[in-house]
Ligand binder design. Sequence first.
Ligand code: CA
Ligand code: CA
Length: 298
Amino acid sequence: MRIKSHRCIFSMSKDNEPVAKVDSGDTLVIETCDCFGDQITSEDQTIGTLDFDIVNPATGPIYIEDAEPGDILKVEILDIKIGERGVFLTGPNLGTLGHIIKEEQIKLVEIDNDRVIFNDKIHIPIEPMIGVIGTAPKGQGISTGTPGEHGGNMDCKRITKGSTLYLPINVEGALLAIGDLHAVMGDGEVAVCGVEIAGEVTVKVTVIKNLEIPLPLLIDDKRIMAIASAQTLDEASIIATENMHRLLTHIVGLEVNEAVMLLSAIGDLRICQIVDPLMTVRMELPLWVLEKYDYPAL
Ligand code: CA
Ligand code: CA
């Protein structure tokens, strides 16, 4: 199944009508606009002329049969394809360095031979990733520009091809939506955007019953990561660390102090982004640690 990028939402909400229904275990291709709704086609455009009502579109939502509140949605990112041109944008009062920017600027960059042509000298290898991916939250809808326990605009650069993301299922059908691809993005996303780009994502979605793990949880070939978002980096850091600690003590079976020491020894607390309405961090632990224990196969 293929879902077109114009079938999108701007708020993750239980009230959204699904654009497709799939079974647990299905693989589907989700096409996505860039985070500006594909509005930017020229470096001469100004930020003021952009329609911010269509910023941060997420394609979906997708209803997954048999997904019940309390279950977990496993999303395997099988592939990410990106377009041929990306866009940056920055300006006064935008992002971490907005206070030193005098003039706004839109910059278009070509993708050539799997590199972002940033300037004559700097050609950046692409590392395509998903900025926005989430399910509908329990209560009120949450803007697709905001991250949270439901996922959303986490801007975690580790959500790449080959990774697997576990999200909460808060409402019947889960209502998964995906958008905001980046050709490449640094931890922090300091200018308020990565190399924003349209594209398509191939995912396999599976409903998991009767499993309690801290969410959102991400696994790639090297690491397991607890992702958390909060008003401040301090708060988000504590939640991500507590979540990984809970995984180590409740699921893997380490002692309380042992798990704390292990996290201090080889857990890496990293910033995902500091420019969205909530800050997002991740606690990373090498996967080989879990492989020493009989943790449930995720
Ligand atoms: Ca984003
Ligand atoms: Ca973005």
